[in-house]
Design a protein around this ligand. Structure first.
Ligand SMILES: Cc1cc2nc3c(=O)[nH]c(=O)nc-3n(C[C@H](O)[C@H](O)[C@H](O)COP(=O)(O)OP(=O)(O)OC[C@H]3O[C@@H](n4cnc5c(N)ncnc54)[C@H](O)[C@@H]3O)c2cc1C
Length: 592
């Protein structure tokens, strides 16, 4: 059975030593209490729950899965109890407003909590993850009445939030969706339609469900500009908050799927269910993006979380498993063979994994600091800049961290050889579980298209230029530091390449309508590796400043590995981007 140790030391290094998060956060209104001590105490507590409560039911949850019977869903043994403990501990409402019972803590802290929860039990973590997205969406777009009725119960974890977007014929292209909303006489709406693949649509851990549903009003414009968002509870709440009448919504079936088997995925039927409009008519997709953007970063975190658990278990195995001898002489001559960790390929797989995970963690924390600033900074231009960084990084984190999540879990499975393929060791579960993260919440290709087609062009390139300014500012402290040159020089080379390729792509897109689509995924990966390298510069700077110690020496060595063995990948990605669309588009449809 796999094990998990919360990587608190690395989280503290990134949060406190690299980014001094407490200084930044406590200066923001509402986060005055987010001191380093408080952050550490929350992380410590979360680590205990993850290691002691959530990890022990991860493998059994996968084996048992969710059961469907007559519209009811039973989660695997232990989930209900674990969820109760989690909700009572206040973890569902960590960042929610204290006005409604939340703890009012920053999203930066939520990232670290989400990473640990995901590492311990990816299926479990999706339930509160969706509720948190619902809380944010209602907080931004709900009326006071809607907030008063629903937020306290969502925040306490008594009620589950869901997002109901996908329909059988409308996945990536939500403009095709057909669910209908017919106005009732009392100002509510009757929602009719079928939604598929709805995570947490029905289960036995909460009393009620708050579905956020996309549907069309009569006469709504076609496409994505004619979609409205509705709140549809499973049970209609009475004025005193107790549960009233059952609404005409329910799960028709659940999916049998490759992984995340303890996270239920439902087909939901809405048969004239009573719903309330959230936000303005026809502006529902824009409103839903408040939840989707939060969930996209959350899904990126899921990718990191699985990679971390895979890395930890593959490393332990590589130290223990003895096969073959080291090429440069026996390391443990008293044994029949050396641990497989002596072999260059095994070390390469582990270092590849670790050098990416640590960069992803740093990039995520940096991005979440921007999320917090974008929400509450008192200065408008600072809010705008931070919002730009969040918007630019969202597709990169969602896509790159989940693509690497899949690659890393696979690489780590390979470290275990045949045992990796056997269920008992838990590695194959990680490979299966992480796979969906590349697909849901907008496939990774849709993310890449968002980056090249939208985010680069937005506000005349303001997002990209803003990032370049941020990078320039952060590099000022590295000027004249020869001890950092092995990090700064390759990073600057990759950055210059990214800038040139970005210009090339923008120019080329004007000439060829397929240019962006052909380049999108390779360009996103090139971008990701470059900003990972930026994170390594920042981590290396602080590790060198620390002036020794095992943790810092290891950090520097892992960073050197990244600079020499991972970052050069930008050269081939650049060549792929510049190869254009012709090699992909020239084969006729009939020839496929
Ligand atoms: C386990 C699970 C949980 C889910 N949870 C939820 C949930 O809670 N709520 C919810 O609403 N949905 C949920 N989904 C749905 C999920 O978000 C969709 O599956 C996803 O958005 C892709 O849609 P699709 O499956 O219809 O694929 P399609 O949109 O049909 O895409 C098929 C392929 O075509 C590609 N493609 C599509 N359009 C383009 C384009 N314009 N350019 C280039 N390539 C393109 C895609 O990248 C993909 O590779 C879930 C799905 C699963 C499997």
């Amino acid at each position: 059975m796999p094990t998990y140790n919360a990587p608190l030391r690395d989280m503290r290094f990134v949060a406190h030593e690299v980014f001094a998060v407490a200084d930044t956060l406590t200066a923001l209104p509402g986060y005055e209490d987010a001191s380093a001590d408080l952050i550490d105490a929350v992380l410590e507590e979360c680590g205990k729950i993850c290691e002691g409560v959530l990890m022990p039911i991860n493998q059994s949850g996968d084996e048992e899965g969710c059961q469907f019977n007559n519209g009811e869903v039973t989660t695997p043994k232990g989930f209900k109890e674990a969820y109760k403990q989690f909700a009572e501990g206040g973890w569902c409402g960590l960042t929610a407003s204290p006005e409604y019972g939340g703890q009012g803590l920053p999203e930066t802290l939520q990232y670290m909590v989400d990473e640990m929860v995901g590492s311990a039990n990816l299926s479990f973590g999706l339930y509160p993850g969706l509720t948190q997205g619902t809380i944010i969406c209602l907080t931004v777009h709900g009326t006071d009445d809607q907030k008063d009725t629903y937020l306290p119960k969502l925040i306490s974890g008594e009620w589950q939030g869901t997002m109901c977007l996908t329909e059988p014929h409308a996945g990536s292209d939500l403009g095709l969706l057909l669910a209908k909303a017919q106005p009732n006489d009392d100002g509510t709406y009757a929602i009719t339609g079928t939604k598929i693949f709805i995570s947490a649509g029905e289960h036995d851990m909460t009393d009620n469900f708050v579905h956020l549903v996309l549907a069309r009003l009569p006469g709504a414009p076609k496409g994505s500009r004619g979609i409205s968002m509705f709140l549809v509870p499973k049970f209609l709440p009475n004025d005193d908050g107790t549960l009233g009448e059952r609404n005409a919504v329910g799960a028709g079936s659940i999916e049998h799927k490759m992984g995340m088997k303890a996270s239920v995925t439902c087909a939901m039927n809405f048969d004239g269910a009573k719903g309330w409009l959230i936000g303005s008519e026809h502006k529902g997709l824009a409103g839903m993006f408040t939840m989707m953007n939060k969930e996209r970063l959350f899904v990126g975190t899921q990718g990191i979380s699985q990679a971390e658990t895979a890395y930890q278990n593959a490393t332990a195995y590589a130290k223990d498993r003895i096969q073959g001898r080291a090429a440069d002489g026996a390391k443990q001559p008293e044994k029949a063979a050396d641990p497989i960790l002596v072999h260059p390929d095994i070390r390469n797989k582990l270092l590849f994994s670790r050098s990416i995970i640590e960069a992803e963690r740093a990039l995520s924390i940096w991005t979440q600091i921007n999320v917090d600033k974008a929400h509450v900074h008192t200065d408008e231009s600072a809010r705008e800049r931070a919002g730009d960084m969040e918007a630019l990084m969202t597709p990169i984190i969602k896509s790159a961290c989940t693509d690497f999540g899949s690659e890393i879990t696979n690489a780590c499975l390979q470290v275990l050889g045949g045992h990796g393929y056997i269920s008992e060791w838990g590695m194959e579960q990680l490979v299966r579980d992480v796979r969906i993260t590349q697909i849901y919440e907008g496939t990774n290709t849709i993310q890449a298209l968002d980056l090249v087609g939208r985010k680069l062009a937005l506000h005349d390139g303001r997002l990209f230029n803003g990032l370049m300014d941020e990078i320039d500012q952060s590099l000022e402290s590295t000027d004249g530091r020869n001890d950092l040159s092995e990090f700064v020089v390759p990073f600057k080379g990759a950055l210059d390449r990214l800038k040139a390729t970005t210009e090339w792509l923008k120019a080329h897109a004007k000439e060829d309508p397929n240019a962006l689509g052909a380049a999108a995924n390779d360009y996103l990966r090139m971008f990701a590796l470059t900003v990972f390298a930026w994170m390594w510069v920042r981590m290396a700077e602080k590790a060198l400043d620390a002036g020794g110690g095992e943790f810092y020496q290891t950090k520097l060595q892992v960073g050197r590995y990244f600079m020499t063995r991972v970052l050069p990948g930008v050269v081939s990605l650049d060549a792929l981007v510049r190869s254009g669309a012709a090699p992909i588009m020239s084969l006729s449809e009939e020839a496929f």
